[in-house]
Structure formats: C-alpha cells, structure tokens
Ligand binder design. Sequence first.
Ligand SMILES: Cc1cc2nc3c(=O)[nH]c(=O)nc-3n(C[C@H](O)[C@H](O)[C@H](O)COP(=O)(O)OP(=O)(O)OC[C@H]3O[C@@H](n4cnc5c(N)ncnc54)[C@H](O)[C@@H]3O)c2cc1C
Ligand code: FES
Length: 574
Amino acid sequence: MQPGGDMSGMMGGMGGMMGRPRKEFYPALMDMPALSVDQRSRLEAQARQRISSEADRLAGAEMDLRHAIAGDDIAAADQASRRLRDSLNAVQSGVSALRSLHEGKPPPQIAQAWFRSQMNLPPRRDTADGDDSAPGVSWFHVTTMALLVLFSLAMLAVYVARMRRANALVERLTRAAVAPVAAAPLVSAPVTGAPARQAEATFSAPPIGRDEPVRSWKGPLRICAIYQETPNVKTFRLQAPGGGAIPFAFLPGQFLTYAIEIDGQTVRRSYTIVSSAAQTAYVETTIKREDGGLLSDYMHGHLKQGDLIEVAGPSGAFTFTGAEADNVVLIGGGVGITPLMAAIRYLSDIAWTGQIYLVYGAQTTEQFIFRDELEYLQRRMSNLHVAATMVRTAGTSWMGSEGQITAEFLTQAVPDLAGRRVHLCGPPGMMEALRKTLVGLGVPREQIKTEAFGPARGAAPPPVRSVGDVHMPDSGADGRGAAAIGPATAKVRFARSGKVAALPPDKSVLEVAEAAGVSIDYSCRVGVCGVCKTHLLQGNVTMEVQDALTADERTNGLILACQARSVGDLVVEA
Ligand SMILES: Cc1cc2nc3c(=O)[nH]c(=O)nc-3n(C[C@H](O)[C@H](O)[C@H](O)COP(=O)(O)OP(=O)(O)OC[C@H]3O[C@@H](n4cnc5c(N)ncnc54)[C@H](O)[C@@H]3O)c2cc1C
Ligand code: FES
C-alpha cells in the first residue's frame, strides 16, 4: 500500500487483527506519514464502532463466564474467559488508536499504540523532545544489552588469550623435543618418592618467570644494588636499564658472561645467576674477589651502583629445576655455592617437596656465604637439610663440623647417598677430590653433575695470550704465506673472516684465532662454559675437556675453540 492510500485496506487490517496476520494493519500505518482529515475521522469512527461492539461482546462473555462458573462448567468458563480477553484487547486497541488520533499523533505512532496494547506492553513514555525511540527500549534494556555485549567481548578475549597460550605451549613442547639441554623448557616437579628415582617428565611447565623459552641474549644491564656478603664476596644485583622485567629467561644454575673493558681490553668472565629463576625483576651474581684476579678485582674495586655491564647469556647445563629427580644432594665449596643457592632459592619459591641436602665447605665461618639466609630457609623448609664444615674454626664460635668435606662427613649428612643425584661445584682441586670420594661411596658417575669455576689445570691463563709470530696473510683463504711457527705444519682457515693462520700443536684454536685477530667469544677457557662453541667445517681436533658440549653438538660438528687442538689442517666457522 502506498502512503496515504486506500483507508479500507488499513481498517480492514485493523478489523481483522485478531484473526488475520497483524502486519496488514500495522505496516500500513507505519508506512503512512500523515492522515488527511477525512481519513482521520473515518479511522475514529471505525475505532469507536469497534470499541462499542467489543464492549457488547465483553458484557456477553462476562455473563457466559458467570453462568459457566455457577454451573461448574470449566470448559465453558475457559472459553468465556478467552473471549473476555480477546474482546478486552480489541477494546484496548481501539481506545489506543482513538487516543493517538486525539493527540494528533502520526500514523506510525498510532500503529505503535495499537501494537503495544496487542502485546500487553506498557505504554511508551514519550521523551520531552519527542524522540521516537524503538518500542520497549528503556535505559534498563540498553544497559543490560551493553553489559551483555561487554561480557561477550570479555569472554571472547579470554578465549583468544587462552588459545594463544595453548599455542605457545604446544610450540615450546615441539621445540623442547629438539632443543639442547640448557634450552629445554622446564618440566613439572615430581612427587616425592623413593630416593634418587629419576623423575619422569610428564608435562611441561611454562619457562621460569617468562612466557618465552630460555634463549640467549646480549646487551647491557644496570647495577642497581651491591651487597657485601663476606669480607671478599659481593652480590651484584642487575636490572634492565629501562626498568621492567629482565629481558631473558633462565634456569636455576645457569650463568651469565660479563664483558668489561679493563685498560682498553675487553675481559670476559662467567658468573652464575644466584637469584631465583622465579624472580623476574632482577638477576644477581655473587662474586668472590680472587687474589690477583683481573675481573673479580675490578668488579669489587671499581664498579658501583648505576654502572652498566655488557652481559651475554644465559648459558650452561648445570641446572636443577626439580624435574630432574625427586630429591637432590648439592655439594659446594667456597663461592661454588652460587649455582646450588640458585637451585635452593628456586625450589623454595615453587614450594618443591623433594628432599634437598646441601653439604657446604668453607675456609672459616667468616667466609660462609649466605649463612644467615640458609639458616632462615632451613627453619622454613622442612625438606632442606644443611650440613656445613669449616676448615679453620679456631677463635670462632662455630659449633659445627671442622675440616674438609670427607667421605665420613658426606655419609653422615646424607642418608642413602649412593642412590641420589649429586650436584657438585667448587674449586677444581676440591671437585676432583670429591668426585673420587663420591664414586668411592657408590654414587654412579652419571649421577654426579659438576661445574668447575676455576681453571681445570693449574692456574688460569691471562685473558689473552700470544702465540708468537702467527702470520695473517692478506690473501686470506688460500693460506699462501701462512708462517710456520716452531714445529707447526698445520694451518687453520677461519671461513667467515677469511683468515688463515699456522696452527701449532700445543695451541688451541681460540688462542690462534685471538692472535690472528679473529673474534671468538670465550669465558672460562677451560672447556666448561661453552661460550666458545664453534663449528668445525673440516679436519679433526682433540679436546681435553668438553664438558660444555652435548653429544648432539659433538655429532653436529661443534667444538670448544678453547680446547680444540690439531696436528692437521682445519677449517673453522669463525
Ligand atoms: C660457569 C662458571 C660460573 C662461574 N660462576 C662464578 C660465580 O658465581 N662467582 C664467582 O666468584 N666466580 C665464578 N666463576 C669464576 C669466574 O668466571 C672467574 O674465573 C673468577 O671470577 C676469576 O676471574 P678473574 O678475572 O678475577 O681472575 P683471573 O684473572 O682469571 O685469574 C684467576 C686466578 O688465576 C690467577 N692467575 C691469573 N693469571 C695468572 C697467571 N698468569 N699465572 C698464574 N696465576 C694467574 C689469579 O691470581 C686468580 O687467582 C665462574 C666460572 C665459570 C666457568
Ligand atoms: S671458553 Fe668456556 S668452554 Fe671455551
């Protein structure tokens, strides 16, 4: 029907609204912008007639209802009550239409009035400015709908976040299947059970303190605090220069390599992260000032709060997270307590339930690092058992054991020692002696995990040592002009830098590289830290110590440049 068209169609729709589809009347009014005077009066007449006839029907239905009730005829009463309701609705729609006509409302509003009365909706309260909002929409509805929409969006966001986390976890698990030990994500802590039973990792937990897996990182960190632990040991707390979380994740027992400029030369040394791997706001390293030690002396004497340190790491596989075994024996001497303390702090943070035996040896009580904290933790953690012995006790109030860590001391401190996993860290001499003692006490070699802090053989070399007259030919890769030094007949070609140098049999690839001006990162120079890992592209090498290499890395041609020596020609990727 066109706007302003035939009224009979509209009224016919109104007249048939009880039995016919309502849309015939309702849409017709909605489409009609205005009524003529004639249309208005005809509509009014129709409405009045409707009210009058429906009022008669109402009276009849009421009478029938009374009779039915009096005669106990429930079916008739039901029918009468339906007629009553229908007639009442019809009367109401007529009245609504009349009222709208009298108020001079446009046809769409008349239709709305009719519709509301038909649907038993409360009459619409017109706004002061005559805003024509949708029927039945109130602030309550709007607010409820808005809250529902917000709730739905929040649920959607939670769902998306969960899916992302699940995907990241799956990715980590997939990567863990091929990652080297140090980079593997943590696995769940096992339930305490029989001593030394190796835990079966059943599912992966998120990497410690971060949402990313453990990855290597390089950059500056700022010293935010320095603590004096003992007369010659300080703890350096480092933070991200810009604040916030430290920019890498790590495992308890891993270390960082510091690179510090001293007298125009970059000196690198490794230091265990001693703070808990659950701590994300900072990392701490606890450093002993070595007599005549280049970097440790510089750290103690020159570095102060606010200074930046170039850091690389984390590195190292001397880690314990609680997933490797359901109990652990930690044996340390002197500053070798740092990786053990890192494990204890982390295990305390995650409320690990396995038994932890710490056996510690120091020269004097004055040099007992973390003594107060260990006493406190031992009171708090029923699963932490600390046994310490001091080499010298004269003039101190130490009531504990005196002397070195011996077989007897170990067996008294740790029940069923032979069946447990042992982590051992300290000066090289002590490590060698204790390794033998442990094997003698029946601990299987593969159950003894070690990390040496000092040089494996004798005194440490100075940071950079000369190999004499190593020739660095300009011609590069072809090796022509490489000078022979002493008995050396072999050459090493550094593929990336294109340099070739003579390779004496008593010099390591690292030493020759340094003399030739080829950069290979290093730290310990004794084969334990793994910082100098390099690909051997051609040739054969021997390595006296290769603790820092996994079996896979060896198979894949990785060598420790600080250990690699050869009597034949080599090609190295450096
Ligand atoms: C994986 C790993 C983790 C470590 N974690 C820690 C830690 O948490 N805390 C810590 O304090 N240390 C740690 N270390 C040891 C640390 O890396 C350094 O080796 C230590 O601080 C000494 O470095 P330095 O530069 O002070 O001494 P260096 O200059 O390297 O000297 C070391 C020792 O050798 C002697 N020496 C040096 N040059 C000669 C020479 N030409 N002839 C004879 N003797 C010489 C020095 O007197 C000194 O006693 C760790 C080492 C490794 C490999
Ligand atoms: S420098 Fe540490 S393993 Fe070579």
